[in-house]
Write a protein that binds this ligand. Structure first.
Ligand code: A2H
Length: 253
């Protein structure tokens, strides 16, 4: 874990359609508002390869007003932190509209900023921590072993996880190429370490470390406006482009 503050990029994943469980309450309360699930990432350059969005099924989420027009969905903890970072209108005050369990958000359809796969579904991820980031995690299974392992698990047992197979139909989308693992770094590492499920935490932590080092120090972008650039150079440019387009925000903790 980093010792200094962690600088996340918050990806604004705009609501397209609430899940059947969330729609009755929230559609009525949020008429005329722009609603975003805000995912915290340390790898903004992978945004082109988003194919899903994860929430913790047993975590509570706040649906809160940022200003007159925008509504965010994050953990209550992140909502509070945001009020001290100039993200919301009133400092130190969360304007909560509703509280909802992650499990109720599953099946919600959102727009993924800059992603090749424009609209993605919200899925459950048991390993999402309520104490980190926003509690919303964008899924980039080409480059995140955690994301790849969870997506694979959900595809194996959709009934058990109460997931419609259509929500996990989108395959990983290549974003960058590494000399050792090619364009599907996460999948290669999951295979190499014989990771069977998201519960293989030790192997996943190791795979995550390698994926990060390979991708960041040796990777080259294979999609998007910075195609051909080293990932090290592209990372900041992608973050700036997200902030510029108002599809991303700086979030630190
Ligand atoms: B990263 P760190 Cl492609 N619980 O984004 C669990 N994981 C969380 C989280 C939470 N509450 N909030 C954020 N994360 C994930 C992309 C990505 C990420 C890729 C590769 C590696 C990677 C797409 N998912 O993370 O513990 C988010 O996933 C490995 C560094 O604060 C976020 O970045 O270091 C990362 O963990 C933050 O992890």
């Amino acid at each position: 874990e980093a010792l200094g503050p962690q600088e996340y990029t918050g990806l604004k994943m705009e609501l397209v359609q609430w899940s059947a469980l969330a729609a009755p309450e929230l559609d009525a309360k949020l008429q005329g508002k722009k609603v975003y699930l805000v995912a915290a990432t340390l790898r903004p350059e992978t945004c082109y390869g988003q194919t899903n969005c994860f929430v913790g099924p047993n975590i509570d989420y706040s649906v809160f007003a940022v200003n007159d027009t925008e509504v965010f969905v994050t953990t209550p903890r992140a909502a509070r932190n945001m009020t001290f970072q100039g993200i919301t209108e009133k400092r130190g005050e969360v304007n909560t509209i509703a509280t909802i369990k992650g499990s109720q958000l599953v099946g919600t359809k959102v727009r993924a900023p800059f992603a090749i796969c424009d609209e993605v579904y919200v899925l459950p991820m048991e390993t999402v921590l309520a104490t980190k980031g926003t509690g919303v995690v964008t899924s980039c299974p080409s480059d995140s072993p955690d994301d790849f392992a969870t997506w694979t698990e959900l595809r194996k047992k959709p009934e058990y996880y109460k997931v419609d197979p259509a929500w996990v139909a989108q395959p990983p989308q290549p974003v960058l190429s590494t000399p050792t693992y090619g364009e599907m770094t996460a999948e290669e590492l999951v295979k190499k370490f014989k990771i069977q499920s998201p519960k293989d935490k030790i192997a996943l932590a190791e795979a995550k470390e390698i994926a990060y080092k390979e991708g960041f120090y040796s990777g080259t972008m294979v999609v998007g406006p910075f195609k051909g650039l080293p990932v090290q150079d592209a990372k900041g440019k992608v973050r700036d482009a997200l902030l510029e387009a108002k599809l991303g925000l700086a979030y630190a903790e």
